[in-house]
Design a protein around this ligand. Structure first.
Ligand SMILES: [Fe+2]
Length: 295
């Protein structure tokens, strides 16, 4: 296993923004020793039935960053989301910063480039993003050192970004009573997801973990923060020493019963382009496709 540069003495300031339509949590992570910050997993609003996009959620984040006088350095996507559209380019346009994602985005682009029958103008080399991270890569937010852990299984490009004592787990884990994300999308794999979760659970027990999603199981209020120790002990899918075999059997059976996420079709077309819409046609109009019987 890669030897990651863990430093739990560094305690970043974390502000969460819950987006109720897709149950996504976006984060602004601030360096305690400077004005530098990063946005993790932002959302662009869509009324899919009407084909209308808007930016209320991203505007809330932008207003916060401006009000706090912060300097945005990074817009991180933990993975290619299948249930919401990224707001990263909209935020970048107004505040700057670099958009980064895992280098295996090229695999996702290849798979869904075919599903959506994209032409050769759709590059499958990740070049729509400003940075592509490999396992163990490090970068800075102000004076904070960050490292990225490759955590495939939910999707091939999933990464967990660890900033001091805070880990942003994307869809690798849910809150302990939520378990884990599905592993049945193209390129997903339940066994590989189990292995990736073990990498996260090998971080120090006191590491704070921040979820990308929470659905408030059993009627509880929405939550997004837990610890490695809590997940190890209480996670209903992988905690208390569940074996890889147990997890794969459970995850595979469960996934077979799940419907496709409501926004998977628009989400993938936009997010595989780093949050940009497909190019406009010759009349300047923008369209999203619906591939029939392809998913
Ligand atoms: Fe996801």
């Amino acid at each position: 296993m890669t030897d990651y540069p863990v430093n739990t003495d560094l305690i970043p300031e974390v502000k969460a923004f819950f987006e109720p339509d897709s149950n996504t949590i976006s984060y602004v992570v601030k360096d305690p020793t400077s004005d530098a910050c990063a946005v993790i997993d932002s959302v662009m609003d869509i009324d899919y039935a009407a084909g209308r996009i808007s930016h209320e959620h991203a505007d809330e984040i932008i207003a916060y960053i401006k009000a706090e006088g912060l300097k945005l350095e990074w817009l991180i996507e933990t993975h290619v989301h299948a249930d919401h559209l990224s707001g990263a380019p909209y935020i970048q346009e107004q505040l700057g910063g670099k958009i980064g994602i895992g280098s295996q985005i090229t695999v996702v682009q290849d798979v869904f480039g075919k599903v959506f029958n994209e032409g050769t103008e759709f590059q499958r080399d990740g070049s729509q993003f400003d940075a592509l991270f490999e396992d163990g890569d490090t970068y800075k937010i102000g004076n904070m050192d960050v490292f990225a852990m490759h955590t495939p299984g939910h999707t091939p490009a999933c990464m967990v970004h660890v900033i001091g004592n805070a880990g942003f787990v994307g869809d690798t884990l849910f809150m302990p009573d939520g378990g884990s994300a599905r592993a049945d999308f193209p390129g997903g794999d339940a066994g590989i997801l189990y292995d990736s979760i073990q990498k996260v659970l090998a971080l120090p027990d006191e590491t704070r973990l921040f979820m990308c999603h929470d659905y408030g199981p059993n009627g509880r209020d929405i939550q997004w923060e837990t610890t490695v120790a809590d997940e190890k002990e209480h996670n209903i899918h992988v905690g208390a020493g569940k074996t890889r075999e147990e997890f794969v059997k459970f995850r595979t059976e469960r996934d077979a019963q799940l419907d496709m996420p409501r926004l998977i079709i628009p989400s993938l077309q936009v997010n595989m382009r780093a949050g940009e819409m497909p190019p406009a046609d010759e009349d300047g109009k923008t369209f999203l496709k619906v591939p029939v019987n392809a998913l």
